[in-house]
Ligand binder design. Sequence first.
Ligand code: GH3
Ligand code: MG
Ligand code: MG
Length: 328
Amino acid sequence: MNRFTNLGAGKAPGRQARRAGNSMSDIDRLEDRPLTHPQRSLALLPDPPQGPPAASYAIEQDERRRLQSELDRLQDENHNLHTALLASNERGVLLQEQVERLGASLTIEVRERHTAEEKLQTLIQSITREKGDLEILVQILIDQGDDSAQEGEKARVDGLTQIANRRRFDEYLSQEWGRHIRMQQPLSLLICDVDHFKLYNDGQGHQAGDECLKSVAKAINHCYRAGDLVARYGGEEFAMVLPQTNRAGAVQVAERVRAAVAAAALPHPASPVCDRVTVSIGVASITPPPHAPSDARTLIQQADRHLYLAKKLGRNQVGYEDEENTTQ
Ligand code: GH3
Ligand code: MG
Ligand code: MG
């Protein structure tokens, strides 16, 4: 094996490493140092003496061979170390390049993440702002909803007596009329009118008349059951809608109402009927046929007719038809 050739070939990576910016290392120094060739080493040994070999010469030859073999071994070892150093230097350069590449890509990634984080922060801030705005909007809508619900409620209450007003009565009667057409069950209506109320106002004054109407409303309002509606129908007239109630039941309720107003014992000195405030009540009760008109006009007309009858018969009484033919 020609070691010079091998070492010469090994120089190229060393020079390459220096070109890559490495400083002069032990490896380079080792690389540049000329290696001693075994033959040159042999040339240094003295020539054998001329003439017949003596015993000392043989010993010397043995020693020379041993030294030569030791020198060869050391040179081999040197060569191997040199090669290993060059290889590890090359690996080092590759590793450094790899580390530099990784460093560069890490820097880019960190920068990208930083940018993404900034964008995310901006997004979170704008979402938080929008959430705040939406919460305010929702609160405004809730308040408006509450207000309009309260307004709606107010719009259906009579200002004087604080019971349902005519608007609420109309809505409720229409709704119940439709429901009773579907259910095919009797719906009843009472219309109560304060007797000789004009005379009351004339005698007690209009303000006392108002107080009287409040007291009458209170008395009537104590007579209703769940599902019934007591409303101010207009002026000194009140109405009661009695769902799923037949004529007999409605007459009973009407009598209770009449008795409740009488029991309120509101003095009415000018009344030709009684010294207290009294009411006359018209009762209507109808099981609306399946194809009945959608409005409850017939029910109201029947209650009006029976109220007129009660008035005609002397007031302070309940007017109704004796016959059971209340279904129209
Ligand atoms: P009848 O027994 O036939 O029902 O006689 P009436 O006097 O009660 O009936 P009329 O229709 O002649 O008179 C009703 C009176 O009710 C006249 C009106 O001034 C009075 N009235 C209507 N609404 C109110 C009100 O809100 N307050 C007061 N104080 N009076 C009212
Ligand atoms: Mg009247
Ligand atoms: Mg009246």
